[in-house]
Structure formats: C-alpha cells, structure tokens
Ligand binder design. Structure first.
Ligand code: ZN
Length: 132
C-alpha cells in the first residue's frame, strides 16, 4: 500500500497519474481525501453517451474519492469518482476530470498484480470499460 499527498495547486488527475507512473503501478485501487480550491467533475449522459462537464469553481472538501488505476492502450488510466462538500456541507460530485485544483490531498493506492485490468471500448455504453 502507498500513502502520499498531491501538492497544493497541482491538478488532481495529473497528480495521480504522475504518482502511478513514477511508482510503476499499472493496476489497483485508489482512495483519497482532502480539499480542492476548485473542481471540475463529469456526469455521463447515458443517452448522448457524452460527459457533461460540471464546473464547481469554489473551495470544497473531498469527502471521499474512490476509484482504480488500470491500463488503456498500455498507459495508466485513473477512473475515480469524487464526493465533494461545500461550506454548508452540501454534497456534489461526479467523475474526476482534469481541472480539479488541489488545496490538500492525501491518497492511498493499493497496487494489485495479475488482474489484467485493461480498458476496452464498449459499444453499449460508449465507455472504455474494464475488459471481461
Ligand atoms: Zn466514472
């Protein structure tokens, strides 16, 4: 298990990709807590099969982030969902997109081996899902 932090001002998604690449982690579980200065998350519209981008340009707590690292075209790919809370404790969230500016973030990565976590395009959903 690896525990570490993503630095102030870093992009959360870029920071996580950097960590798994530096540590040579190709698959496993990812968990995180912390706070963002501003956020951008996605909502996958199932009929248009496109992500709607949701801008949340204000400070929020990362109540929880949960996801995984797998391989897409032999490159590390992070799939993570964020639960965020604002100054009133109201929750929002969604699929982690580039554009989340870190205030503070602590992650836990649990690398796995030999699960062959690879992503492949899925016609039915329009998503790159884990291969059967
Ligand atoms: Zn997602």
């Amino acid at each position: 298990m690896i525990i570490g932090k993503i630095r102030y001002n870093e992009d959360l998604l870029d920071g996580l990709i950097k960590v798994v690449k530096e540590k040579g982690i190709r698959e496993g579980g990812v968990f995180l807590i912390g706070a963002l200065q501003s956020a951008k998350v996605g909502y996958y519209d199932q009929s248009s099969k496109k992500y709607i981008e949701i801008d949340l340009p204000f400070p929020q707590e990362i109540v929880s982030g949960i996801g995984n690292v797998s391989l897409k075209d032999d490159e590390q790919f992070i799939h993570l969902h964020l639960s965020l809370s604002d100054s009133n404790g109201n929750m929002r969230g969604g699929h982690l997109l580039k554009g989340c500016k870190v205030f503070a973030c602590e992650y836990i990565i649990i690398p796995s081996r030999d699960l062959n976590l690879q992503r492949k395009y899925d016609e039915q959903t329009g998503l790159f899902l884990l291969k059967d």
